[in-house]
Every structure is written in C-alpha cells, then in structure tokens.
Design a protein around this ligand. Structure first.
Ligand code: C2E
Ligand code: MG
Ligand code: MG
Ligand code: MG
Length: 272
C-alpha cells in the first residue's frame, strides 16, 4: 500500500512538472511570434530626485499583452525568453523602441532624458552586445550618454574579469551603466570597487524593510559605499513618505517607486 502511494505521488509530481513545462513551451512559442510581430511594448518608469520629485532619468520595462495568453508579467516571460535564447532579440527590440522615442523627441527639439535598458546575463556577455549598441545609437543619431544599461547583481558576476572589460567598454563609448537589485547577489561589497559602473540600485526588498534595524544598517552601508566610490545610488521601490524621509536622512538622493510614478507608456511619458 505504502509503495502504491509513493508511486502515486511520484506520478503526481511528474504531471505537475510536465504541466509547467508545457506552459513555458506555450509562452516560448507565443513569445517568438510576438517578437516577430513586434508586440512587445516598452513602458518607462522615472528615477526621481527624492527631495523634489524631479525626473532625473527613466527605466525601460518590457510589457507583453498577448492576444492568445493575455497580459503576462515580465517576471514570467523574461525567464522564459532567457531559457529559450530569445532574450537578446527582445532586449534589442526594446533598445530600438527607446532609440526611436528619443530620436522623435530630438527631431522635435524636445528635451532628452537618459533611459536605462535592462540587460540579461547572456546578452551582457554576448560578443555582439557592445557593437550592436554602438551601431544602433549611431544609426538613430542618439549620443550614447542617453542610454544606460542595467545589469542585475543577481548574476553574481561569476566572470568578474570579463564583466570588468564590458563595463569598461561601455564607459569608454560614453554609455551609462548600473548594477540593478544590489544586495541580492552573492558578491561581497568590496568586489564592487573593481567595476567601473556609474550607478547602483538598492533592491526593493531592502527599501521595504528599512523599519528593521539590520536592514537599515545594510541600506546605510550601501549608500556610503556608493558615495565613497563616486557612484550614483538609486533606491528601488519607494512606496511611502516614510521611506522617502528615511532615505533622505541616510543621504540617498535618487529613488524610483510607486510613491512618485508607476511605469507608463511612451505616450504618457511625452505628457510629463
Ligand atoms: P527591475 O529591473 O528591478 O525593475 C523594477 C520592477 O519593480 C518593475 O517591475 C517595476 O514596475 C517594479 N516597481 C517599481 N516601483 C515599484 C514600487 O514602488 N513597488 C513595487 N512593488 N514594485 C515597483 P516589472 O516591470 O514587473 O519588471 C520586473 C522585472 O522584470 C524587472 O525588475 C527586471 O528584472 C525584469 N525585466 C523587465 N524588462 C526587462 C528586460 O527588458 N530585460 C530584462 N533582462 N529584464 C527585464
Ligand atoms: Mg532594472
Ligand atoms: Mg531593479
Ligand atoms: Mg529589483
């Protein structure tokens, strides 16, 4: 009897596993079609000066409203795109949308803002990464300083030597860079000083929990570290007046979050 039960439970887990694999496969197939049809949209979320709410720059975030599957969150489709070799194509298409938005504004004589693009590990370490950026910014006639690249610290920068070289090239070409979700990776704080990046973003989970003394101490340390290294520091996920107040008291000047703005369409961003 016990044996039978064990068998049943194995069978159950296999089914569940198959089901989630089927779902991923379905998303992967639809995603390929969506990329071909240029259905992946870009939304922008401002990074603001905490004290005044003045917009300093934007972050581009992928949005997908599939006619077949409905609205799918980036936390779902980005990992699928990464697993299925589609992430570079997706991020290149977001870059083009952003460059085209900037070019339209430039042609109209409107003010430009820096826009950050999220770049996944495979894309960041791909040999075409820098050449594509250089080529496309030139193609659209946009100066590299308007484009920032955000790379999540979650990847841990296993290959620190290569990461260093890529960041250095970005810097040399005049692109801005940023380490996203800082504090969530496995890297020590000291490795940061080796990387020529211009910004670090403190992960939302820390900003959420600043009422805890330990978390507050971590946030304080990250802000001091960034200051010592001459990097810009951005607090992610600022949702309350209290968080804004605490961050300002710690010497953090820039933040991003629902307290100020939610991500918005390019048309909405044009109205700001
Ligand atoms: P991220 O790069 O850390 O982006 C910030 C995420 O936090 C965004 O979620 C944003 O909408 C959300 N957020 C901003 N302010 C607040 C706040 O005050 N409270 C809360 N609760 N959330 C806030 P989104 O757009 O769902 O994106 C989730 C993640 O998906 C991003 O995290 C990023 O890691 C990834 N992602 C999105 N687009 C791309 C992309 O083009 N490439 C790659 N590699 N990843 C992307
Ligand atoms: Mg980001
Ligand atoms: Mg982030
Ligand atoms: Mg984050």
């Amino acid at each position: 009897k016990a044996k039978l039960r064990a068998g049943e439970s194995t069978c159950y887990y296999e089914n569940e596993h198959d089901e989630s694999m089927m779902k991923d496969l379905r998303i992967a197939n639809e995603l390929t079609a969506a990329l071909r049809r240029e259905e992946i949209d870009v939304h922008l979320q401002p990074k603001v000066e905490l004290s005044t709410g003045k917009i300093m720059s934007f972050e581009a975030l992928a949005r997908w409203n599939s006619p077949e599957l409905g609205t799918i969150a980036p936390d779902v489709f980005i990992p699928v795109a990464e697993k299925n070799g589609k992430i570079r194509m997706l991020e290149q298409s977001l870059l083009k949308r952003v460059l085209s938005w900037l070019k339209t504004r430039q042609d109209k004589g409107l003010e430009l803002s820096q826009v950050a693009i999220n770049v996944s590990t495979d894309h960041f370490f791909h040999h075409s990464f820098i050449p594509y950026l250089v080529d496309q910014t030139a193609e659209y006639g946009i100066e590299p300083k308007w484009i920032q690249l955000e790379i999540t610290e979650r990847i841990g920068f296993v290959d620190i030597e290569t990461a260093y070289k890529v960041f250095k090239q970005l810097l040399n070409y005049g692109f801005a860079s940023s380490i996203d979700d800082f504090g969530t990776g496995y890297s020590s704080l000291s490795y940061l000083q080796k990387l020529p990046v211009t910004e670090i973003k403190i992960d939302r989970s820390f900003i959420n929990n600043m009422h805890e003394q330990q978390t507050l101490a971590i946030v304080r340390t990250i802000i001091q570290l960034a200051e010592n290294l001459g990097m810009r520091v951005v607090a992610e996920g600022v949702e309350t007046e209290e968080q804004k107040r605490m961050l300002l008291a710690l010497g953090c000047r820039i933040g991003q979050g629902y307290f100020y703005y939610r991500p918005m369409s390019l048309d909405e961003a044009n109205l700001l």
